[in-house]
Design a protein around this ligand. Structure first.
Ligand code: HEM
Ligand SMILES: *[C@@H]1O[C@H](CO)[C@@H](O)[C@H](O)[C@H]1NC(C)=O
Ligand SMILES: *[C@@H]1O[C@H](CO)[C@@H](O)[C@H](O)[C@H]1NC(C)=O
Length: 323
């Protein structure tokens, strides 16, 4: 009896604690955060993202991914943007990022325009969150209101980037756990994975899938093998589109591809492999508006992961270095 009482009291207390932590963090972000301190910031970022995407459509995908890789490593705090130095090891060379994340020059260009407009007001973490939204819109995807007021970390974590960014080799249950560890639901996992409707992956990330897995369309496996040699180390960096049907359009074809067993990554096809997320994938494959709606909501949830607010952290002048 005492055990039961103690246990339930503890879970009620921890529920209250979790609720307060989540709502306090979210409450400090606000859509109007820069309305008086930097009224032009949103249009400045939007114009810069649009022109970067016009120059190279894939940049839209790369910017979206940077925000994801920022948020999953100790929260959306701009930590992913810090360069390594002789005395500082950042996140850029952690295995999930090394030779993979890109877009830093575009972020630098945006940040210097923003600094010219309003010096030391807008954080790098917020620039990433807004750029991710604008990139999705530029490629035809949904829009949403970005909550603002994040501040920038003065530290980064190679080890957390190595451990907390999900590997493309994970099975469904491990993917669900990786997102749940960040306070994101399974619905968020499936919706956010729809980010793979744009962008490219390297052969090294999907070689095993296209040569050794059975839940893959045979014609898709054959055609993808043509661009990714079976020998380990051979052609590791050759790119293939994550959504073979429309790699530069933000649409629901990624989910149609999962239903057709043309998911590129092992982790992609796990979302439609006879498990609990099949129905959500099927729904999105025929309901683009439903996917857009859930993706937008999930991006807001992801953007709320552990922001630095108030007087924590700093407003970095250069996103690559602490002040
Ligand atoms: C569910 C777990 C996820 C796994 C295992 C995963 C894994 C990967 C991998 C392995 C790549 C290719 C990297 C390379 O070869 O260099 C990639 C690319 C990409 N990912 Fe994910 N990802 C996940 C979730 C997400 C989320 C939540 C988003 C954003 C909402 C996202 C957006 C992207 C984009 C846009 C690209 C292409 C980037 C480019 O072309 O530059 N991913 N992902
Ligand atoms: C990152 O990639 C470079 C170039 O391929 C490689 O030399 C380096 O060892 C990698 N770094 C880590 C930490 O794996
Ligand atoms: C996937 O299936 C849909 C509906 O059956 C079809 O329209 C589409 O062309 C298929 N795509 C691929 C890549 O097989």
């Amino acid at each position: 009896m005492a055990f039961v009482y103690h246990n339930s009291r503890r879970s009620v207390l921890s529920l209250i604690g979790a609720f307060m932590a989540a709502s306090m963090a979210a409450a400090q972000l606000s859509s109007t955060f820069y309305d008086s301190s930097c009224p032009g910031v949103l249009s400045t970022i939007q114009t810069a993202v649009q022109s970067a995407v016009n120059q190279e459509a894939r940049m839209g995908a790369s910017l979206l991914r940077l925000h994801f890789h920022d948020c999953f490593v100790n929260g959306c705090d701009g930590s992913v943007l810090l360069d390594d130095t002789a005395s500082f090891m950042g996140e850029k060379t952690a295995p999930p990022n090394n030779n993979s994340i890109r877009g830093f020059d575009v972020v630098d260009a945006i940040k210097s325009q923003v600094e010219a407009l309003c010096p030391q007001v807008v954080s790098c973490a917020d620039v990433l969150a807004v750029a991710a939204r604008d990139a999705v819109v530029a490629l035809g995807g949904p829009s949403w209101t970005v909550l603002l007021g994040r501040r920038d970390a003065t530290t980064a974590s190679f080890n957390t980037a190595s451990s907390d960014l999900p590997s493309p080799l994970l099975d469904l249950s491990a993917l669900i756990t990786a997102f749940s560890n960040k306070g994101l639901s399974t619905t968020d996992l499936v919706a956010l994975s729809g980010g793979h409707t744009i962008g490219q992956a390297r052969c090294v990330t999907f070689r095993n899938r296209i040569y050794n897995e059975n839940n893959i369309s045979p014609s898709f496996a054959t055609s993808t093998q043509g661009n990714c040699p079976s020998t380990a180390g051979d052609g590791d960096d050759i790119l293939s589109p994550l959504d073979v049907q429309s790699p530069t359009a933000f649409d629901n074809f990624y989910f149609q591809g999962l239903v057709n067993q043309t998911g590129l990554l092992h982790s992609d096809q796990q979302l439609f492999n006879g498990g609990s997320t099949d129905s959500q994938v099927s729904t999105y494959s025929t309901d683009m508006a439903g996917f857009f709606n859930d993706f937008a909501a999930a991006m807001v949830n992801m953007g709320n992961i552990s922001p630095l607010t108030g007087s924590d952290g700093e407003i970095r002048i250069n996103c690559r270095t602490t002040n």
